[in-house]
Write a protein that binds this ligand. Sequence first.
Ligand SMILES: O=C[C@H](O)[C@H](O)[C@H](O)COP(=O)(O)O
Length: 222
Amino acid sequence: MNSKKRAAEKAVEYIQDGMIVGLGTGSTAYYAIEKIGERARSGLRIKAVASSKRSEELAKQFGVALVPIEEIDSIDITIDGADEVDNNNNLIKGGGGALLREKILASHSKRFVVIIDESKLVGKLGRFPVPVEIVPFASNLTLRHLRALDCEPRIRRDAENVYITDNGNMIADCFFDIIEDPEILSARMNSIPGVVENGLFSHTMVHAVIIGTENDTVKIKK
Ligand SMILES: O=C[C@H](O)[C@H](O)[C@H](O)COP(=O)(O)O
């Protein structure tokens, strides 16, 4: 079993009967959704909300019952991947373009469990570009504001076309070197008119990080 799958399956052990479960997005979250489907077929009764159209499709494919997000008040547990995790459990997310819905789910979750393999661990964030969801209107001007934060922003493209999120927006991937203070940077980014949300997730949201290792085990970092 690969390390992403190992981390995902460990996280799914936290799910209990009757819970509302947030489904993350990406190649690691895929294994979690698959495992939840397996447990549902063996009798686990849960309802799920998805952080992307892709994860919604996967849930249907694996037989995970979905509930419209408008019908819930809170989420018991959300299980999701990350692109980078620093020493303090701050995250960069959104490599798969789902950061806005993911952050909404995470912020309403009693437990937000992050599943990664060891390659995602860093001392300080910044090796991976910070994805920032921006509205298409005046995106050139929004990029100017982002550039003033000492990064090189690039509009994400999907082969020939500009990548469009599930919310109809664009993603600016912002290349930094090292991010010294993710909380301050996140606040600065979100104060720019035209920015909808950014992919920096504060450690204060994170209940645990489950790391699948190469040698058949998982480590849990709190
Ligand atoms: O938008 C996508 C998400 O934030 C993913 O959770 C993140 O990019 C990690 O994805 P993966 O598990 O495929 O590395």
